[in-house]
Design a protein around this ligand. Structure first.
Ligand SMILES: NC(=O)c1ccc[n+]([C@@H]2O[C@H](COP(=O)([O-])OP(=O)(O)OC[C@H]3O[C@@H](n4cnc5c(N)ncnc54)[C@H](O)[C@@H]3O)[C@@H](O)[C@H]2O)c1
Ligand SMILES: O=c1ccn([C@@H]2O[C@H](COP(=O)(O)OP(=O)(O)O[C@H]3O[C@H](CO)[C@@H](O)[C@H](O)[C@H]3O)[C@@H](O)[C@H]2O)c(=O)[nH]1
Length: 453
């Protein structure tokens, strides 16, 4: 089939490349000329495992092409997938200007009936608004061409986006049109061979399903973080509690890892947008608002501990903190809403310096904070430690899981770690003379040899 995808971000580019890879012919459209120029040269603007190979292979075979022209994009196919951004506006609600701009361009340019697929995460009722927008643009031309608007939210995770798209748990399609349903079934047929992953429903249910899924996952994270904070105060160990509750299949082990709060381009914005949607219909979504509040507090955990350890915020002036992990999660260079940003900004405000290392997000961080005098980027994880007063960890990259602690002790000024991801066994660090703070576990004070904090 021929398919158009609007937006070449995490969702649009992965969607386009994966659809091309199973044999569809895909034209990806973006208003960002620079992005499209780079994509035409085989350069991927984001770090996403497997994506570069996929894009190059399918661009090479002619299945995947790129344009900056709305008119060409609309003319290319009768299946128009909208995967542009829906960032929060100043009130926290989803900003629909990009989705509606695409809808208008479709209405203004279409010469044959279309199926408009809204893949962006959009508040309930947006497919209706999209339809109104297409209809208004058609009306302005005096055209009576037909079209359907279908909700088809995306559930991929960054860092595993290609794999998630290729092996989806479910494919949600919200429509009441039999024709649109058949076309969507054909589109996804290659991803649906082994067992049926299609779930058809009403458009509004589909739109809400996306927010409900993200809010549920965010709730689990805020829940475990709340219990972690309690565990610490009660002399319990959250890692033991996590395993204890996860073993109940009704609870399960996924998304109950305590940490420094959830970040990224989705959970923070979608949880916020859902609370705004609730308010619009006169409902106070107390649970979901609490999820957001717990997360905001969790993001300050590492800074609070560092300040308390050194004797207060004023004592941090001229201290240097080594930071391992900048991205909001491993395997991505995405810094949107990353907990590391909250820590770094608080440290700079207190007059401290940060020497940071991340396997891939360094350049993106330099773009964001390159002007900040207290910021330095280290070329590798060990040189980040040189003469630093402490190490803080914000992202659980694999390469941080089993470091050489002797090497670390030689480079750091103190054997002192603030671990926001519970990467290490406290007993082992205690025996090696480290002071070790983690999340939801009692702090470890040194018992043996070595430089003391
Ligand atoms: N990032 C994720 O992991 C993820 C997962 C599931 C769903 N989503 C949702 O998918 C949507 C896209 O997210 P993303 O992370 O890919 O966004 P992104 O910011 O990475 O990319 C959006 C792209 O859309 C382009 N764009 C804006 N207006 C356009 C227009 N009129 N025509 C064509 N292109 C246009 C931008 O230039 C940009 O390249 C959002 O609604 C998001 O909530 C994201
Ligand atoms: O047990 C856990 C699991 C995750 N996180 C944090 O939660 C955030 C989000 O992680 P993850 O969900 O893996 O990444 P995203 O790429 O943001 O993916 C989420 O958001 C996407 C956009 O809507 C959805 O498509 C995905 O299904 C949904 O998992 C990150 O900061 C993680 O560190 C935790 O703190 N503890």
């Amino acid at each position: 089939m021929r398919v158009t995808v609007f937006g070449t971000g995490y969702v649009g580019l992965v969607t386009g490349a994966c659809l091309a890879d199973v044999g569809h012919h895909v034209l990806c459209m973006d208003i960002n000329q620079d992005k499209i120029a780079r994509l035409r040269d085989g350069k991927i603007p984001i770090h996403e495992p497997g994506l570069e190979d996929l894009v190059r292979r399918n661009a090479g075979s002619g299945h995947l092409t790129f344009t900056t022209s709305h008119a060409d994009a609309v003319a290319y196919s009768d299946l128009q997938i909208v995967a542009v951004g829906t960032p929060p506006d100043e009130t926290g609600a989803a900003d629909l200007q990009y989705v509606l701009a695409v809808a208008e361009a479709i209405g203004a340019n279409m010469q044959s009936p279309k199926i408009v697929v809204v893949k962006s995460t959009v508040p309930v009722g947006t497919c209706d608004k999209t339809a109104e927008c297409v209809a208004a643009a058609l009306g302005a031309r005096g055209s009576t061409l037909g079209f359907d608007v279908v909700s088809n939210p995306e559930f991929l995770k960054e860092g595993a986006a290609v794999a998630d798209f290729q092996r989806p748990d479910r494919i949600i399609v919200g429509t009441n049109s039999a024709h649109a349903r058949n076309v969507m079934a054909e589109l996804y047929e290659p991803f649906n061979r082994n067992h049926d992953r299609m779930l058809y429903m009403a458009t509004r249910s589909s739109e809400l399903t996306k927010y409900a899924a993200n809010a549920m996952l965010a709730t689990r994270i805020s829940f475990i973080n709340e219990i972690a904070n309690l565990a610490e105060r009660l002399g319990a160990d959250i890692e033991q509690v996590r395993r204890g509750i996860g073993s109940d299949p009704r609870i399960g082990y996924h998304f109950i890892y305590p940490g420094v709060g959830y970040g990224g381009s989705c959970f923070p914005k979608d949880v916020q947008a859902l609370t705004r949607t609730a308010r619009e219909v006169g409902y106070h979504a107390g649970l979901i608002e609490a999820v957001e509040a717990v997360n905001a507090r969790q993001k300050t955990q590492l800074f609070d501990r560092i300040a308390a350890h050194f004797g207060g915020v004023d004592a941090l002036k001229d201290k240097t903190v080594a930071l391992w992990g900048l991205a909001f999660k491993p395997n991505t260079d995405d810094m949107r809403e990353a907990p590391s940003r909250v820590l770094m900004e608080a440290l700079w405000k207190a007059g401290a310096k940060v020497r940071a290392f991340d396997p891939v997000a360094g350049e993106e961080t330099r773009r964001l904070y390159g002007e900040e005098p207290g910021f330095e980027l280290a070329p590798d994880k060990y040189s980040a430690l040189d003469n630093a007063d402490a190490l803080a960890i914000c992202t659980e990259w694999q390469q941080f899981r089993a470091p050489d602690f002797d090497e670390m002790a030689l480079r750091l000024r103190n054997r002192l770690i603030f671990d926001g991801r519970n990467l290490y066994a406290p007993e082992r660090l205690r025996d090696d003379g480290w002071t070790y703070f983690s999340i939801g576990r009692a702090p470890v004070q040194p018992q043996a040899r070595g430089k003391q904090a």
